[in-house]
Design a protein around this ligand. Structure first.
Ligand code: NAD
Length: 254
């Protein structure tokens, strides 16, 4: 296999949750550039359609699907819609996520549950839906968005539910990798550091601290994650499963 073949996703069928904006949107564009048909799954259908319009400029098929990853019925409907359009799924990027910054002692049960539901349960539900299709055909690549927050505790902002959810995503990824290895289904995660998206750029009061704590002294761009995602999705990563790729400008090294 040539190295270009290793990164080719030609003819593959992918979905990206949280694909309307930020990291998911950049990933969807990269998967399409590598040749995959891509379904954009998001609660924000209008923005998902904007991503689809971007993909329409490439010679791949794309589709916007409105679904809330915390709702099992929605996830079933999402998968039926994707299978109806594409016939199968080869690549699942389970990426939708939210952060709520509340001190642990003041955090409401509702806030705790919302973060865990979207970031951890949502990844389980969409991975399970993709896994069922991939197990049946004995191949597939599932990639989950964890975070450096699954490895370290961010400061100065309080975000215990987020950190716990992302540590959960890393262990869920490893668990699925082991369970599904016999079926040829690979499961990996990425752990980004601070990346400039709606999630982070709105927190202007913390950005100088985040940048000063990052050895490269800046935040990353969503585009700086996508080569790793295309690698994990493609056949060049055939022996890569159960891995977590940390992409954080060396934040977690110090
Ligand atoms: P973003 O807010 O720009 O995009 C998140 C997308 O997820 C949005 O389009 C939103 O509508 C969608 N979404 C939210 N809840 C959903 C739900 N229940 N069902 C379906 N879609 C839903 O954020 P982002 O920075 O691109 O984050 C993407 C992922 O990367 C998240 O899991 C986040 O935790 C993770 N992450 C982000 C950073 C960062 O610094 N930005 C760092 C590490 C990890």
């Amino acid at each position: 296999m040539s190295v270009l073949d290793a990164f080719s996703l030609k003819g593959k069928k992918a979905f990206v949750t949280g694909g309307a904006k930020g990291i998911g949107r950049s990933a969807a564009i990269a998967f399409a550039e590598a040749g995959a048909d891509v379904a954009i799954v998001d609660t924000d259908l209008d923005s998902a359609k904007d991503t689809v319009r971007e993909l329409d400029r490439m010679s791949v098929r794309s589709l916007a699907v409105r679904a809330d990853v915390t709702d099992p019925a929605d996830v079933d409907r999402m998968m039926a819609e994707i299978l109806g359009a594409f016939g199968t799924v080869d690549i699942a990027f389970n990426n939708a996520g939210i952060c709520i910054n509340e001190k642990a002692e003041e955090m409401s049960f509702k806030s705790w549950k919302k973060v865990i539901d979207v970031n951890l349960t949502g990844v389980f539900l969409t991975a399970r839906a993709a896994g069922r299709v991939m197990i049946a055909k004995r191949s597939g690549s599932i990639i989950n968005t964890a975070s450096m927050s699954g490895h370290i505790v961010n400061v100065p902002q309080p975000q215990c539910a987020y950190n716990a959810s992302k540590a959960g995503v890393i262990m869920l990824t490893k668990s699925l990798a082991v369970e599904w290895a016999p079926y040829g289904v690979r499961v990996n995660s990425i752990s980004p550091g601070y990346i400039g998206t709606k999630m982070t750029l709105s927190a202007t009061q913390w950005i100088p601290t985040w940048e000063s704590l990052t050895p490269v002294k800046r935040m990353g761009l969503p585009e700086e994650l996508v080569a790793a995602l295309v690698y994990l999705a493609g056949s060049g990563a055939g022996f890569t499963t159960g891995s977590d790729i940390v992409i954080d400008g060396a934040f977690t090294c110090v």
